[in-house]
Design a protein around this ligand. Structure first.
Ligand SMILES: C[S@@+](CC[C@H](N)C(=O)[O-])C[C@H]1O[C@@H](n2cnc3c(N)ncnc32)[C@H](O)[C@@H]1O
Length: 233
């Protein structure tokens, strides 16, 4: 197997810094979170606020932040700004400008690998972001711990970008390994889901990433991530 990249090397790679990838998705419409997720984060927030004092949404790999900005604008019009918190994290700082009255919105320019949170979130999304990360499973483990008791995480994940190295042989990641860890996976939609705060346990050690994996189902070059079963250590 060729030598694998660390997170720092990966973050400097063309595949991740790539200016051609779609960072422009809006909340609704033909190029949108609603279309990609089959789910409307704004409806989720406005439904949940009826029974809670506040609602928080974290968008991992938020791109330009357009979907969050659109949601924050709608929440402002609904006079729900003070009861909501929207946080976006992206390693590339191409955020769209937004008006100062959207005080419930934070767009953070950092790697998700360095993001920590003591706050819990009702909703965590990652729209076509895991494809570009090295340790995808660690990010899912962390994100699961940032959900509140009745929180929901929904993220795109392509099993073709996850590989297990076992006794010097490469095996594709199985859906069973994900579900054993507590992750629901829809292979047709390439979406994984976590409901309610929980501890995910993959029992795998991360070995590194390959940024020459080529295009995945999105048509864009993606990153393969390699793991070894803990039992092989
Ligand atoms: C295909 S874009 C999707 C952006 C946005 N979710 C959308 O749908 O418009 C993937 C995003 O992942 C970001 N990204 C890649 N590696 C990252 C990392 N380690 N931490 C945070 N963001 C990262 C890229 O900069 C890019 O904006």
């Amino acid at each position: 197997m060729k030598s694998l990249l660390t997170d720092a090397q990966l973050e400097a790679s063309e595949v991740v810094a790539n200016c051609l990838m779609n960072r422009q998705r809006q909340l609704t419409g033909s190029n949108s979170y609603v279309k990609e997720l089959g789910f409307n984060p704004l409806s989720f927030i406005t439904t949940r606020i009826q029974n809670q004092k506040s609602v928080a949404w974290l968008d991992i790999c938020c791109g330009t932040g357009r979907a969050l900005i659109h949601a924050a604008e709608s929440l402002y019009k609904l006079e729900l700004t003070s009861q909501t918190s929207l946080v976006g994290v992206d390693i590339v700082s191409q955020f769209y400008p937004y008006p100062p009255e959207l005080i419930n919105l934070e767009l953070l320019n950092k790697s998700i690998h360095t993001f920590t949170s003591s706050r819990k979130f009702d909703l965590i999304t990652c729209v076509h972001g895991l494809h570009y990360l090295g340790d995808k499973l660690k990010v899912l483990e962390h994100a699961a711990s940032w959900l509140n008791n009745n929180g929901l995480l929904i993220a795109h994940l392509d099993l073709a970008n996850l590989w297990i190295v076992e006794s010097d042989k490469l095996k594709p990641m199985s859906q069973k390994l994900l579900s054993n860890a507590g992750l629901k996976y829809n292979n047709r939609k390439k979406l994984c889901k976590i409901e309610n705060s929980q501890e995910l346990m993959f029992e795998l050690e991360y070995l590194g990433a390959d940024d020459c994996a080529g295009a995945n189902y999105t048509g864009q070059p993606a990153v393969n991530s390699f793991y070894m079963p803990n039992s092989q250590k």
